[in-house]
Design a protein around this ligand. Structure first.
Ligand code: HEM
Length: 152
């Protein structure tokens, strides 16, 4: 019973932490169409979202540890591989995503008076799109590992 609730918590936290990754390209495109002012607001929102997402990743880890220790072993290949994936995601969020979102918000705010996004902003936005693509692939890999459990 407790196990099932912790599993549900684990999956909800996965949704909160990584759901925005998959909505990102559409949301960024919509903000771009709306103009630089909307882009600045969008990226400021993302800075906040990264904070929530990082907290949700800690919940994913905590609940995952409980589940793993209760019925499996941390040495199981599908669990240790997902550990690595999650830590790479922590690194991507903290070291690349958060600072690049902050920079993109600044640049879009500055460009709002010029009326169009600058080349510098475009470079930051490309970087963000690439990071989100890598994050999406890593999350998909983690879900395959968690559900297929290779080596179990
Ligand atoms: C990106 C990170 C992660 C994602 C996307 C993820 C996703 C999932 C999903 C979708 C399930 C449900 C699978 C099912 O019921 O068949 C699950 C279950 C589980 N996860 Fe994770 N997880 C992640 C990280 C972790 C970590 C780091 C651990 C271990 C410390 C962990 C341990 C577990 C365990 C033990 C289960 C229960 C499997 C079962 O009862 O069949 N997860 N996870």
């Amino acid at each position: 019973m407790v196990y099932d609730f912790v599993l549900a918590l684990h999956i909800v936290a996965v949704l909160v932490a990584f759901g925005p990754v998959f909505a990102y390209p559409v949301a960024l495109r919509a903000a771009r169409v709306a103009g630089s002012g909307a882009l600045a607001t969008f990226h400021q929102g993302q800075v906040l979202l990264v904070r929530y997402a990082t907290f949700a990743m800690v919940v994913v880890l905590g609940a995952g540890l409980y589940l793993a220790l209760d019925r499996f072993s941390l040495g199981d290949p599908w669990i240790s591989a997902t550990f690595v994936v999650l830590f790479v995601l922590f690194g991507l969020y903290g070291a690349v995503l958060a600072p690049t979102e902050r920079r993109a918000a600044e640049l879009a705010g500055r460009d709002a008076s010029a009326g169009a996004p600058s080349g510098e902003y475009d470079a930051a936005a490309r970087r963000l799109s690439n990071v989100m693509s890598v994050a999406g692939l890593l999350v998909a890999l983690a879900i395959v590992l968690m559900t297929v459990k290779p080596g179990a």
